[in-house]
Design a protein. Structure first.
Length: 146
């Protein structure tokens, strides 16, 4: 696993950015660059299970490791979901086990927020994520600045 970081400055409060990141309706929009039809099945609370899906039954099974609204979100990826079946034990599922995806929101000034994404990344997906995360961050910025 490789550690990667992505970030963007958004002209909105951390609370507004948080609402875009976790909101039903907005989550599906900002994550569309990863996969059209993306969904998150979770309540975003610490300790809760989370299924991140591409709308075709494939994605990640995770746990919300930490959730401080408007400040910090940590997602602990446990494995994959393929055709609707959770997999945390086979080789491909284990490749993601113990991977963290952390979102930190920091106030820059009265109406600007830095969204910092820090991830443990399987090197097979590095090129894809390096091209896709900037698109997702830009979409989140557009939504938060409306």
């Amino acid at each position: 696993m490789k550690k990667v970081e992505y970030s963007i400055i958004i002209n909105a409060t951390p609370e507004k950015v948080w609402d875009v990141i976790t909101g039903k309706g907005s989550y599906e929009l900002w994550t569309a660059p990863f996969a059209e039809g993306s969904t998150a099945q979770t309540d975003w609370k610490k300790g809760s299970k989370a299924i991140f899906s591409d709308g075709k039954g494939n994605g990640m099974v995770s746990e919300i490791a930490e959730s401080i609204p408007g400040k910090f979100l940590s997602i602990h990826h446990l494995g994959e979901v393929k055709d609707g079946v959770e997999d945390t034990t086979t080789y491909e599922g284990e490749q993601w086990g113990d991977a963290l995806e952390n979102y930190t929101l920091k106030v820059v000034n009265s109406n600007q927020t830095l969204w910092l994404v820090e991830m443990d990344m399987n090197e097979d997906y590095l090129e894809y994520m390096n091209s896709t995360w900037p698109l997702a961050l830009q979409k989140a910025k557009e939504l938060a600045e409306k």
